[in-house]
Design a protein around this ligand. Structure first.
Ligand code: A2P
Length: 317
């Protein structure tokens, strides 16, 4: 299994199982299958609504002695309604209890937007808290405390721009160690890769297959389908593999962690095998040419009229 290194030389497996949209009733089997066939990395979040069921899979796998907890890299995330510093540790403790764990390998601030406590998805703009009332650096200090206590091994962020990463790095004891963002051939983010390489920040690519199972209200009518991209299809055919496998391999090859989601055993298996394909340099370069800076997860849901958050101030683009 390919791995990447944190600043302290700890490693993270390059491929993990994504669990956003993995329905309850299915995610237990998906995680069990993944752990059984050799996945060493599972990506979770409380907002996915399935951590209790994932916890059953962890609990059984670790208590049966088949797997040791320390062999598996587990990530979870802090939801936007628990960014007040005093809420960070209780939120982590809830996630640890649900996942039946004593510690996380990686804990991320899920989005750079704050909601008032208890609100899961704001239904009115007064349920957002603007940055000026709650600087992200304050949430981050509480994240740093969790490392000091041994409750999490590594801390990072998700959906952060270069500007926000830079600000946080300058105002912290522990600079963010990971940024988990949407990345795939239609959203390659070369400047982000360069910035993170220079500053020793790892990147995880979410929605690497273009997130085709997103709810309809998060989809644009005219959106291009990554799994049907002709250049990727041509390369997949040449190697007798699936387009998903080419997309996963491309992500690992460019030095990013990748977390394809699946609840289908045969796909969970083929996605694991994808990291070991041998594509040619020429094929990787051909995929590099199809970038179109296309986000599937736009952040629009945090930017209704009147919200302190806009597409521009979320992505700083
Ligand atoms: P399923 O979970 O039903 O197997 P992303 O990781 O970009 O969010 O994409 C997840 C979507 O891609 C899910 O609909 C998942 O379906 C599907 N998927 C995962 N692996 C593969 C694969 N190897 N081939 C085709 N579709 C896949």
């Amino acid at each position: 299994m390919h791995t990447f290194r944190f600043r302290n030389n700890d490693t993270i497996p390059a491929l993990g199982l994504g669990t956003w949209k993995s329905a309850t009733g299915k995610v237990y089997e998906a995680v069990k299958t993944a752990l059984d066939i050799g996945y060493k990395h599972i990506d979770c979040a409380p907002i996915y609504g399935n951590e209790t069921e994932i916890g059953q899979a962890f609990g059984e796998s670790f208590s049966s002695g088949i797997l040791k907890r320390e062999e598996i890299f587990i990530t979870s995330k802090l939801w936007c309604n628990a960014h007040a510093p005093e809420m960070v540790q209780p939120a982590l403790e809830k996630t640890l209890a649900d996942l039946q764990l004593e510690y996380l390998d990686l804990f991320l601030i899920h989005w750079p937007v704050h909601f008032v406590p208890e609100v899961v998805f704001p239904s009115s703009t007064d349920q957002f808290i603007p940055y000026k009332e709650l600087p992200i650096a304050q949430t981050w200090e509480a994240m740093e405390d969790l490392v000091a206590q041994g409750l999490v091994r590594h801390i990072g962020v998700s959906n952060f721009s270069i500007k926000k990463l830079q600000e946080l790095s300058e105002n912290s004891q522990i600079a963010p160690e990971m940024n988990q963002i949407e990345m795939h051939p239609y959203l390659q983010q070369p400047k982000m890769i360069e910035f993170c390489n220079t500053n020793d920040i790892l990147l995880t690519a979410y929605s690497p297959l273009g997130s085709p199972d997103r709810p309809a209200d998060l989809k644009a009518a005219d959106e291009p389908l990554l799994l049907e991209e002709p250049v990727v299809q041509k390369i997949a055919e040449a190697h007798n593999v699936s387009t998903a496998q080419v997309l996963i391999n491309w992500a690992v090859n460019r030095g990013t962690v990748v977390i394809p989601k699946s609840v289908t055993p045969s796909r969970i298996q083929q996605n694991l095998e994808a990291a070991d394909l041998n594509l040619s340099e020429e094929e990787y370069r051909e995929i590099d040419t199809i970038d179109r800076h296309r986000r599937y997860v736009t952040g629009e849901f945090w930017a209704p009229e009147g919200s302190p958050y806009t597409i521009a101030n979320i992505w700083d683009e």
